[in-house]
Design a protein around this ligand. Structure first.
Ligand code: ZN
Ligand code: ZN
Length: 364
């Protein structure tokens, strides 16, 4: 039995170290920055990471609308982040306490059949689980399963604001858009959607020196930013006929690569309207509704359509490009908030057009 005045102090101390603040989902339209139990190591391969920088994704807004049924009441959101390792499980060998790390939006064991094929997104014991099926990165701490394969060492001298864009945005734009679209030197490329993912596709498509890089959106501010990021042309579908304009720009042929970076039926149809014979439509968008595929127009076009959930297999490559100074990832961060002001950050990101927001940076 405890006697005297010692116990209350200890209890208070334990309570303090075992809770944290986190952005918690409470059903469609309901979220709160509140106390949660601090995560702890559950498996030998786990790492506990103290978040230093996080951000909000368009996917989090879909979750808030109730579009992602795997996310249940009480879930801590967020699948992007940079942090410092607080603790590692006995099975973790690539990292140690105190290492600064990039957290991949995709958790992967590195050992299953899908992982062996480089399809980390379909890992038998991972995939997109952070801020979805397990608690995520919009918190002071996060538990990362399969840490050896799901974390990356932060390169020296890279700002966290830039690094955090490699959790999801850059691998997604690059793998699902540019790589699947097989962008070649001299290609005519159109990207439908000038949000953060479309911008990441725009920046990484330039690795391959396409001849034309046409950005299509309805937000004039975003189109202006796209021009600053290297778009050769921009089209505003609110007041321009995209199909006709693209014909004019491509000798009537259409584009070699059309990248869909929105996730609505109309933008997928736009890609079909502008694709040249032999072209590739690369879908990135997360679609919640059926979209028409005009096989009656496209059956003889020698074209292909690809879909993909990001595997994050290009993260090591992107880290090298970032560290070399050849990828200006930090430019996507338009707003910065303290992590504890995350509710304000959600408001700004949710009103992206009015706020002229691309990515909002959260600093712990
Ligand atoms: Zn995301
Ligand atoms: Zn796996």
């Amino acid at each position: 039995m405890w006697k005297g005045s010692v116990m209350p102090t200890i209890v208070k101390e334990e309570k303090k170290t075992n809770t944290m603040k986190a952005l918690v989902y409470h059903g469609p339209g309901n979220k709160n920055w509140e106390d949660k139990p601090k995560p702890f190591l559950q498996e030998a391969g786990d790492a506990l990471v103290r978040i230093t920088t996080s951000t909000i994704c368009g996917t989090d807004l879909h979750i808030m609308k109730g579009d992602v049924p795997t996310v249940t009441d009480g879930r801590v959101l967020g699948h992007e982040g940079v942090g410092v390792i607080e603790e590692i499980g006995t099975g973790v060998s690539n990292f140690k306490k105190g290492d600064k790390v990039l957290i991949s939006c995709i958790t992967s064991c590195g050992k299953c059949d899908y992982c062996k094929k480089g399809m980390y997104s379909h890992c038998r014991d991972g995939g997109w689980i952070l801020g979805n099926k397990i608690d995520g990165t919009q918190a002071q701490f996060v538990r990362i399963p399969h840490a050896d394969n799901s974390l990356y060492h932060a390169p020296e001298g890279v700002a966290e604001e830039a690094l955090v864009m490699l959790s999801d945005i850059f691998p997604t734009g690059f793998e699902c858009g540019v790589i699947n679209g097989q962008v070649h030197p001299g290609d005519k490329v159109a990207i439908v959607g000038a949000g953060p993912i479309g911008m990441a596709a725009l920046l990484t498509a330039q690795f391959y020196s396409p001849a034309l890089l046409i950005l299509i959106d309805q937000d004039e501010n975003r189109l202006q930013v796209a021009r600053a990021f290297g778009a050769t042309h921009t089209l505003n579908f609110k007041n321009e006929n995209v199909e006709e304009k693209i014909k004019l720009l491509t000798n009537g042929e259409g584009v070699d690569v059309a990248i869909e970076a929105v996730g609505v039926p109309a933008s997928f149809e736009t890609c079909q309207d502008i694709i040249a014979p032999g072209g590739r439509i690369a879908n990135i968008g997360v679609h919640g509704k059926p979209a028409l595929f005009h096989l009656e127009k496209l059956w003889d076009r020698n074209m292909s359509v690809t879909t993909r959930l990001v595997d994050t297999v290009t993260t090591p490559l992107l880290l090298k490009v970032l560290a070399s100074g050849k990828l200006d990832a930090a430019r996507l961060g338009t707003h910065s908030f303290a992590l504890s002001d995350i509710l304000k950050a959600y408001d700004a990101f949710g009103n992206a057009a009015k706020e002229k927001a691309l990515k909002v940076i959260l600093k712990a």
